[in-house]
Design a protein around this ligand. Structure first.
Ligand code: FE2
Length: 362
Protein backbone atom coordinates (compact mmCIF):
# COMPACT_ATOMS: atom_id res chain seq x y z
CA UNK A 1 0.00 0.00 0.00
CA UNK A 2 1.22 3.53 -0.69
CA UNK A 3 -0.17 7.02 -0.94
CA UNK A 4 0.56 9.81 -3.39
CA UNK A 5 -0.46 13.43 -2.74
CA UNK A 6 0.57 16.40 -4.82
CA UNK A 7 -2.15 19.03 -4.49
CA UNK A 8 -0.05 22.00 -5.72
CA UNK A 9 -1.01 23.29 -9.15
CA UNK A 10 2.32 23.72 -10.89
CA UNK A 11 3.00 26.15 -13.71
CA UNK A 12 6.43 25.57 -15.20
CA UNK A 13 8.32 27.51 -17.83
CA UNK A 14 9.43 30.91 -19.06
CA UNK A 15 6.87 33.69 -18.43
CA UNK A 16 4.49 31.34 -16.65
CA UNK A 17 3.27 34.11 -14.30
CA UNK A 18 2.34 36.44 -17.17
CA UNK A 19 0.71 33.63 -19.11
CA UNK A 20 -1.03 31.66 -16.37
CA UNK A 21 -1.19 33.98 -13.38
CA UNK A 22 -4.94 34.62 -13.64
CA UNK A 23 -5.50 31.75 -11.20
CA UNK A 24 -4.17 34.10 -8.49
CA UNK A 25 -7.44 36.01 -8.41
CA UNK A 26 -9.21 32.95 -7.01
CA UNK A 27 -7.27 33.40 -3.73
CA UNK A 28 -8.58 36.83 -2.77
CA UNK A 29 -8.20 40.58 -3.10
CA UNK A 30 -5.12 41.30 -0.99
CA UNK A 31 -1.77 39.49 -0.98
CA UNK A 32 1.17 39.40 1.39
CA UNK A 33 4.34 39.11 -0.69
CA UNK A 34 7.11 37.45 1.30
CA UNK A 35 10.67 37.57 0.04
CA UNK A 36 14.29 38.33 0.91
CA UNK A 37 15.92 41.73 0.75
CA UNK A 38 17.53 41.74 -2.68
CA UNK A 39 17.38 38.88 -5.16
CA UNK A 40 13.67 39.03 -6.06
CA UNK A 41 14.17 42.65 -7.10
CA UNK A 42 17.19 41.80 -9.24
CA UNK A 43 16.05 38.63 -10.99
CA UNK A 44 12.69 39.98 -12.18
CA UNK A 45 10.48 37.69 -10.08
CA UNK A 46 9.00 40.37 -7.81
CA UNK A 47 8.15 42.59 -10.79
CA UNK A 48 6.55 39.67 -12.66
CA UNK A 49 4.34 39.04 -9.62
CA UNK A 50 3.40 42.66 -8.97
CA UNK A 51 2.72 43.31 -12.69
CA UNK A 52 0.28 40.41 -12.63
CA UNK A 53 -1.34 41.59 -9.40
CA UNK A 54 -1.81 45.07 -10.88
CA UNK A 55 -3.37 43.59 -14.01
CA UNK A 56 -5.76 41.54 -11.85
CA UNK A 57 -6.64 44.45 -9.53
CA UNK A 58 -5.23 42.68 -6.47
CA UNK A 59 -3.56 44.84 -3.81
CA UNK A 60 -0.56 43.69 -1.79
CA UNK A 61 1.77 44.45 1.06
CA UNK A 62 5.44 43.56 0.89
CA UNK A 63 7.51 41.86 3.59
CA UNK A 64 11.06 41.65 2.25
CA UNK A 65 13.01 40.92 5.40
CA UNK A 66 13.41 37.13 5.23
CA UNK A 67 16.98 36.12 6.05
CA UNK A 68 18.81 32.88 5.20
CA UNK A 69 17.65 30.13 7.55
CA UNK A 70 14.65 32.18 8.76
CA UNK A 71 13.97 32.68 12.45
CA UNK A 72 10.75 32.38 14.42
CA UNK A 73 10.97 36.11 15.13
CA UNK A 74 10.95 36.98 11.42
CA UNK A 75 7.90 34.86 10.57
CA UNK A 76 6.01 36.26 13.56
CA UNK A 77 6.78 39.83 12.47
CA UNK A 78 5.51 39.16 8.93
CA UNK A 79 2.40 37.33 10.15
CA UNK A 80 1.55 40.25 12.46
CA UNK A 81 1.72 42.58 9.44
CA UNK A 82 -0.46 40.19 7.44
CA UNK A 83 -3.08 40.02 10.19
CA UNK A 84 -3.04 43.78 10.71
CA UNK A 85 -3.58 44.39 7.00
CA UNK A 86 -6.17 41.64 6.58
CA UNK A 87 -4.42 39.83 3.72
CA UNK A 88 -6.20 36.93 2.00
CA UNK A 89 -3.20 34.90 0.85
CA UNK A 90 0.60 34.74 0.78
CA UNK A 91 2.91 34.83 -2.24
CA UNK A 92 6.40 33.63 -1.29
CA UNK A 93 9.15 34.54 -3.75
CA UNK A 94 12.73 33.31 -3.48
CA UNK A 95 14.85 30.35 -2.55
CA UNK A 96 14.06 27.96 0.25
CA UNK A 97 14.22 30.55 2.99
CA UNK A 98 11.49 32.93 1.73
CA UNK A 99 9.30 30.04 0.56
CA UNK A 100 9.59 28.23 3.90
CA UNK A 101 9.02 31.48 5.77
CA UNK A 102 5.98 32.19 3.60
CA UNK A 103 4.40 28.87 4.52
CA UNK A 104 4.82 29.48 8.24
CA UNK A 105 3.62 33.07 7.91
CA UNK A 106 0.45 31.79 6.18
CA UNK A 107 0.01 29.42 9.11
CA UNK A 108 0.57 32.10 11.74
CA UNK A 109 -1.95 34.41 10.07
CA UNK A 110 -4.71 31.97 11.07
CA UNK A 111 -3.25 30.22 14.15
CA UNK A 112 -2.23 31.35 17.63
CA UNK A 113 0.81 29.15 18.31
CA UNK A 114 3.55 29.47 20.90
CA UNK A 115 7.09 28.52 19.83
CA UNK A 116 6.66 24.87 20.85
CA UNK A 117 3.23 24.41 19.23
CA UNK A 118 4.53 26.03 16.06
CA UNK A 119 6.54 22.86 15.35
CA UNK A 120 3.98 20.32 16.52
CA UNK A 121 0.49 21.61 15.73
CA UNK A 122 -2.34 20.90 15.61
CA UNK A 123 -3.04 23.61 13.10
CA UNK A 124 -6.09 25.30 11.67
CA UNK A 125 -6.12 25.91 7.93
CA UNK A 126 -3.46 28.46 6.88
CA UNK A 127 -4.01 31.20 4.31
CA UNK A 128 -3.53 29.94 0.73
CA UNK A 129 0.14 29.89 -0.28
CA UNK A 130 1.59 30.65 -3.71
CA UNK A 131 5.28 29.97 -4.32
CA UNK A 132 7.65 31.47 -6.88
CA UNK A 133 11.03 29.71 -6.70
CA UNK A 134 14.09 31.71 -7.79
CA UNK A 135 16.68 28.99 -7.16
CA UNK A 136 16.73 25.35 -8.26
CA UNK A 137 17.30 23.44 -5.07
CA UNK A 138 14.91 23.43 -2.19
CA UNK A 139 11.81 21.96 -3.82
CA UNK A 140 9.88 23.89 -1.19
CA UNK A 141 7.63 25.23 -3.94
CA UNK A 142 5.87 21.84 -4.04
CA UNK A 143 6.28 20.49 -0.50
CA UNK A 144 4.26 20.54 2.71
CA UNK A 145 7.25 21.39 4.94
CA UNK A 146 9.03 24.54 6.04
CA UNK A 147 12.40 24.58 7.79
CA UNK A 148 13.04 27.18 10.47
CA UNK A 149 15.89 27.71 12.88
CA UNK A 150 14.63 26.73 16.31
CA UNK A 151 16.83 28.14 19.07
CA UNK A 152 14.85 26.15 21.67
CA UNK A 153 15.97 22.88 20.05
CA UNK A 154 19.38 24.20 19.00
CA UNK A 155 19.00 23.20 15.34
CA UNK A 156 16.91 23.61 12.20
CA UNK A 157 13.51 21.97 12.40
CA UNK A 158 10.55 21.36 10.13
CA UNK A 159 7.05 22.72 10.43
CA UNK A 160 5.14 20.18 8.36
CA UNK A 161 1.51 19.59 7.55
CA UNK A 162 -0.38 18.64 4.38
CA UNK A 163 -2.21 21.98 4.64
CA UNK A 164 1.14 23.68 3.91
CA UNK A 165 1.25 22.40 0.33
CA UNK A 166 1.19 25.57 -1.79
CA UNK A 167 -2.07 26.04 -3.67
CA UNK A 168 -0.12 27.09 -6.76
CA UNK A 169 3.51 27.39 -7.79
CA UNK A 170 5.03 29.35 -10.65
CA UNK A 171 8.44 27.95 -11.58
CA UNK A 172 10.11 30.15 -14.19
CA UNK A 173 13.74 29.12 -14.85
CA UNK A 174 14.50 32.63 -16.15
CA UNK A 175 14.43 33.87 -12.53
CA UNK A 176 17.46 31.68 -11.77
CA UNK A 177 19.68 33.22 -14.46
CA UNK A 178 21.18 35.67 -11.95
CA UNK A 179 22.11 32.97 -9.42
CA UNK A 180 25.88 32.90 -8.79
CA UNK A 181 28.04 29.89 -9.62
CA UNK A 182 28.54 28.86 -5.94
CA UNK A 183 24.81 29.12 -5.15
CA UNK A 184 23.96 27.24 -8.36
CA UNK A 185 26.24 24.42 -7.13
CA UNK A 186 24.81 24.47 -3.58
CA UNK A 187 21.23 24.38 -4.75
CA UNK A 188 21.78 21.74 -7.44
CA UNK A 189 23.47 19.48 -4.88
CA UNK A 190 20.57 20.06 -2.49
CA UNK A 191 18.11 19.07 -5.22
CA UNK A 192 20.20 16.02 -6.10
CA UNK A 193 20.25 14.99 -2.44
CA UNK A 194 16.45 15.25 -2.33
CA UNK A 195 16.11 12.94 -5.34
CA UNK A 196 18.70 10.45 -4.08
CA UNK A 197 17.58 10.42 -0.44
CA UNK A 198 13.92 10.15 -1.43
CA UNK A 199 14.81 7.30 -3.82
CA UNK A 200 16.42 5.29 -1.06
CA UNK A 201 14.27 6.35 1.89
CA UNK A 202 12.31 3.75 3.82
CA UNK A 203 9.23 5.70 2.74
CA UNK A 204 10.01 5.58 -1.01
CA UNK A 205 7.05 4.50 -3.14
CA UNK A 206 6.75 3.33 -6.77
CA UNK A 207 5.43 6.76 -7.72
CA UNK A 208 8.07 8.76 -5.85
CA UNK A 209 10.73 6.57 -7.51
CA UNK A 210 9.47 7.56 -10.96
CA UNK A 211 9.96 11.25 -10.15
CA UNK A 212 13.25 10.60 -8.36
CA UNK A 213 14.76 8.84 -11.36
CA UNK A 214 13.60 11.59 -13.68
CA UNK A 215 14.98 14.27 -11.34
CA UNK A 216 18.36 12.52 -11.22
CA UNK A 217 18.44 12.23 -15.00
CA UNK A 218 17.89 15.98 -15.48
CA UNK A 219 20.20 17.14 -12.67
CA UNK A 220 22.83 14.52 -13.51
CA UNK A 221 23.05 15.68 -17.11
CA UNK A 222 24.05 19.13 -15.87
CA UNK A 223 26.48 18.16 -13.10
CA UNK A 224 29.58 18.60 -15.32
CA UNK A 225 28.54 22.21 -16.10
CA UNK A 226 28.06 23.35 -12.51
CA UNK A 227 31.42 25.05 -11.99
CA UNK A 228 30.89 27.55 -14.79
CA UNK A 229 28.21 30.06 -15.86
CA UNK A 230 25.11 28.06 -16.73
CA UNK A 231 23.01 28.47 -19.91
CA UNK A 232 19.24 28.99 -19.89
CA UNK A 233 18.73 25.44 -21.16
CA UNK A 234 20.75 24.08 -18.24
CA UNK A 235 18.84 26.35 -15.82
CA UNK A 236 15.61 24.88 -17.14
CA UNK A 237 16.84 21.31 -16.60
CA UNK A 238 18.04 22.15 -13.09
CA UNK A 239 14.74 23.76 -12.14
CA UNK A 240 12.74 20.88 -13.61
CA UNK A 241 14.93 18.40 -11.73
CA UNK A 242 14.70 20.31 -8.45
CA UNK A 243 10.92 20.63 -8.70
CA UNK A 244 10.56 16.90 -9.39
CA UNK A 245 12.89 16.22 -6.46
CA UNK A 246 10.63 18.42 -4.33
CA UNK A 247 7.66 16.27 -5.34
CA UNK A 248 9.73 13.26 -4.23
CA UNK A 249 10.49 14.55 -0.73
CA UNK A 250 6.91 15.74 -0.36
CA UNK A 251 6.11 12.01 -0.45
CA UNK A 252 9.14 10.49 1.28
CA UNK A 253 10.77 13.10 3.50
CA UNK A 254 14.55 13.29 3.66
CA UNK A 255 17.12 11.02 5.30
CA UNK A 256 20.54 10.98 6.93
CA UNK A 257 22.19 13.67 4.78
CA UNK A 258 19.61 16.26 5.77
CA UNK A 259 19.40 15.05 9.36
CA UNK A 260 23.15 15.56 9.80
CA UNK A 261 23.51 18.59 7.54
CA UNK A 262 21.23 20.81 9.62
CA UNK A 263 23.80 20.82 12.44
CA UNK A 264 26.54 21.99 10.07
CA UNK A 265 24.32 24.84 8.91
CA UNK A 266 23.07 25.85 12.35
CA UNK A 267 26.41 25.75 14.17
CA UNK A 268 28.99 26.21 11.43
CA UNK A 269 27.14 28.50 9.03
CA UNK A 270 27.73 26.12 6.11
CA UNK A 271 25.03 26.60 3.47
CA UNK A 272 22.40 23.87 3.29
CA UNK A 273 23.39 22.47 -0.10
CA UNK A 274 27.09 22.60 0.69
CA UNK A 275 26.52 20.77 3.97
CA UNK A 276 24.59 18.10 2.10
CA UNK A 277 27.36 17.82 -0.49
CA UNK A 278 29.97 17.31 2.23
CA UNK A 279 27.97 14.37 3.65
CA UNK A 280 26.88 12.87 0.33
CA UNK A 281 29.68 10.39 -0.39
CA UNK A 282 29.64 8.88 3.12
CA UNK A 283 25.91 8.36 2.76
CA UNK A 284 26.30 6.68 -0.64
CA UNK A 285 28.88 4.27 0.83
CA UNK A 286 26.34 3.18 3.46
CA UNK A 287 23.62 2.81 0.85
CA UNK A 288 25.89 0.74 -1.39
CA UNK A 289 25.78 -1.89 1.39
CA UNK A 290 22.00 -2.04 1.80
CA UNK A 291 20.66 -0.91 -1.59
CA UNK A 292 23.29 -1.88 -4.18
CA UNK A 293 20.78 -2.14 -7.03
CA UNK A 294 19.41 1.35 -6.48
CA UNK A 295 22.93 2.75 -6.08
CA UNK A 296 23.92 1.21 -9.44
CA UNK A 297 20.83 2.75 -11.01
CA UNK A 298 21.80 6.15 -9.58
CA UNK A 299 25.27 5.98 -11.18
CA UNK A 300 23.62 5.13 -14.49
CA UNK A 301 21.14 8.03 -14.22
CA UNK A 302 23.87 10.47 -13.25
CA UNK A 303 26.07 9.22 -16.11
CA UNK A 304 28.82 8.26 -13.65
CA UNK A 305 31.10 5.20 -13.67
CA UNK A 306 30.55 4.34 -10.02
CA UNK A 307 31.43 5.37 -6.48
CA UNK A 308 34.95 6.62 -7.30
CA UNK A 309 33.61 8.76 -10.12
CA UNK A 310 30.95 10.20 -7.80
CA UNK A 311 33.55 11.00 -5.12
CA UNK A 312 35.70 12.75 -7.73
CA UNK A 313 32.68 14.71 -9.02
CA UNK A 314 31.58 15.85 -5.53
CA UNK A 315 35.14 16.77 -4.46
CA UNK A 316 35.41 18.96 -7.53
CA UNK A 317 32.24 20.96 -6.91
CA UNK A 318 32.16 20.84 -3.06
CA UNK A 319 35.80 20.76 -1.90
CA UNK A 320 34.92 22.12 1.58
CA UNK A 321 36.03 20.49 4.79
CA UNK A 322 35.29 21.13 8.47
CA UNK A 323 37.14 19.88 11.52
CA UNK A 324 34.88 19.27 14.50
CA UNK A 325 36.00 19.02 18.12
CA UNK A 326 35.25 15.92 20.21
CA UNK A 327 32.52 17.89 21.98
CA UNK A 328 30.96 18.96 18.68
CA UNK A 329 30.98 15.37 17.44
CA UNK A 330 29.09 14.34 20.56
CA UNK A 331 26.64 17.24 20.42
CA UNK A 332 25.84 16.99 16.71
CA UNK A 333 25.42 13.22 16.94
CA UNK A 334 23.04 13.65 19.86
CA UNK A 335 20.98 16.14 17.89
CA UNK A 336 20.92 13.95 14.78
CA UNK A 337 19.98 10.58 16.28
CA UNK A 338 16.34 11.24 17.32
CA UNK A 339 15.33 12.81 13.99
CA UNK A 340 12.84 11.38 11.52
CA UNK A 341 15.57 11.69 8.90
CA UNK A 342 17.58 8.99 10.70
CA UNK A 343 14.56 6.72 11.12
CA UNK A 344 13.81 7.16 7.43
CA UNK A 345 17.29 6.05 6.33
CA UNK A 346 17.48 2.54 4.90
CA UNK A 347 20.37 1.56 7.15
CA UNK A 348 20.63 0.75 10.84
CA UNK A 349 22.14 4.10 11.85
CA UNK A 350 24.04 4.11 15.16
CA UNK A 351 25.56 7.07 17.03
CA UNK A 352 28.98 5.68 16.12
CA UNK A 353 28.22 5.82 12.40
CA UNK A 354 26.99 9.41 12.64
CA UNK A 355 29.99 10.47 14.70
CA UNK A 356 32.42 8.82 12.27
CA UNK A 357 30.84 10.54 9.27
CA UNK A 358 31.10 13.93 11.02
CA UNK A 359 34.71 13.19 11.98
CA UNK A 360 35.48 12.32 8.37
CA UNK A 361 34.59 15.82 7.11
CA UNK A 362 38.02 17.22 7.95
FE1 FE2 B 1 17.33 20.19 1.26
Amino acid sequence: MFQYAMPTTLFFGKDCIAESGNIIQSFGKKALIVTGRHSAKINGSQKAVTDKLKELGISWILFDEVESNPSIQTVRKAAAAGQREGVDFVIAIGGGSPMDAGKVIALLCTNELDDAALFTGPYKKPLPIITVPTTSGTGSEVTKAAILTNPHAGTKQAVADPMLFPAASFADPAFTMAVSVPVTIDTAVDALSHAVEGYMARTATPVSDVWAEEAMRFIGARLPELGEPVSYEAREDLMYGSTLAGIVIAQTGTTLIHGMGYQLTYYKGISHGRANGMLFTSYMKLMAETMPDKVEKIWELLELDGMDDFIRCMKKIIPDTVKLTEQELLDYTKLTMPTNAVKNTSYDITPQIVSEIYADLK
